[in-house]
Design a binder for this molecule. Structure first.
Ligand code: NDP
Length: 327
């Protein structure tokens, strides 16, 4: 049985990605074979497809850090043929063949059941970006800050994590301040629930150790000076959830917000999160994410357009979420 797949290979000239035909025997070891129906384009997929940052650590590799599909066969006790499942992370698309293929062979422990509230396409419209946004919002809530305490800021607002974070925070009554480099997306961001839009340049340059207090909470997918400035402008006892590095991996910050305002910096990792945290996040997404907003932030492409979409996401040209239709 042959199926289409994107394969990233390493050559003398560097790495390159191309559409190929694979068979089930070409897949890597695993105890569950999934017929993949949908995957997505996340920022990390852009890095894997282009090789801009070496996230692929084994060649050849099928990228695609997440997918939804139906179990074809299984020797894992939790999974039977016909079960609908979702996978996010665990090194899939980096060290283990991922979602940009008609089939994926993975460990059953990595899969979670497709939430009943979502079709496979909707689950991938959420994808790793949306599930990470949910983890970030849960982290803020666990810190005990509430919409009554002040506004919440979201950086990288028009991107995948940012778009879902805005919709989730607005649903819970937060006054959401969306930071974007795309002022033309004002109506889009307001449609998701943003109350204020700010220019990301306000946050992207080197700032002061402590600034005027502007928000009590934040979801940051940008890192670098932006995260440092977010922290320096966070109100007393506020919390910022950091999950991304679209501006940079550095954090040129001072300890002033931590020791003078008791600000908390909450790290968010989706890749190795325990299964219980994943199920909690998917349950919350099923309850909290408005399907109309999800649709408004999503477009769907065929597998053939995925390589160019990977370049576009790194250039900051993709809005919201991009679903890849596989079969
Ligand atoms: P997107 O590309 O969809 O979103 C990133 C957004 O960041 C862009 O849309 C843009 O928003 C903004 N941005 C891009 N470049 C810059 C820059 N140079 N300076 C400031 N802002 C910039 O990516 P995702 O939403 O998929 O991922 C966002 C980040 O989160 C990535 O770094 C990704 O690796 C990380 N991530 C981490 C996870 C984890 O487990 N910790 C899981 C998922 C994602 P705008 O145009 O509105 O300014």
């Amino acid at each position: 049985m042959q199926f289409k797949a994107i394969l990233v290979e390493k050559k003398d000239t560097g790495q390159s990605a191309a559409l190929k035909q694979l068979g089930v025997d070409d897949l890597m070891e695993g105890d569950v074979l999934v017929k993949v129906s949908h995957s997505t384009v996340n920022y990390k997929d852009g890095l894997a497809l282009t090789g801009k940052v070496p996230v692929v650590r084994r060649f050849p590799m099928v990228p695609g850090i997440d997918f939804a599909g139906v179990v074809e066969s299984s020797s894992h006790p939790d999974w039977r043929s016909g079960d609908a499942a979702v996978l996010n992370g665990w090194g899939v698309g980096e060290t283990h063949f991922g979602g940009y293929a008609g089939y994926a062979c993975v460990k059953g422990d990595w899969l979670v059941p497709l939430p009943k509230a979502f079709t496979p396409a909707q689950a991938m419209a959420i994808g790793t970006a949306g599930y990470t946004a949910m983890l970030a919002v849960i982290a803020i809530e666990k810190q005990g800050v509430t919409p009554a305490d002040g506004p919440a800021v979201v950086t990288g607002a028009a991107g995948g994590v940012g778009s879902v974070a805005i919709a989730l925070l607005a649903k819970h009554g937060w006054h959401v301040i969306a930071s974007t480099g795309r002022p033309e997306e004002k109506a889009y961001l307001e449609g998701l629930g943003a109350a204020e839009i700010i220019d990301r340049q306000e946050l992207s340059e080197k700032g002061r150790p402590l600034g005027k207090e502007r928000w009590i909470a934040g979801v940051d997918s940008v890192g670098s000076h932006t995260l440092a400035n977010l922290l320096s402008m966070t109100q007393y006892r506020g919390a910022i959830a950091a999950c991304g590095l679209a501006q940079g991996m550095d954090l040129p910050a001072s300890v002033a917000p931590f020791i003078l305002r008791g600000v908390a910096l909450l790290g968010v990792d989706s890749v190795m999160a325990a299964k219980s945290r994943r199920i909690e996040a998917w349950d919350r997404l099923a309850r909290d994410l408005d399907p109309a907003k999800l649709e408004a932030m999503t477009r769907t492409i065929p597998l053939e357009e995925t390589i160019s979409a990977g370049e576009a996401i790194l250039a900051g040209k993709l809005r919201g979420r991009t679903v890849v239709r596989i079969t």
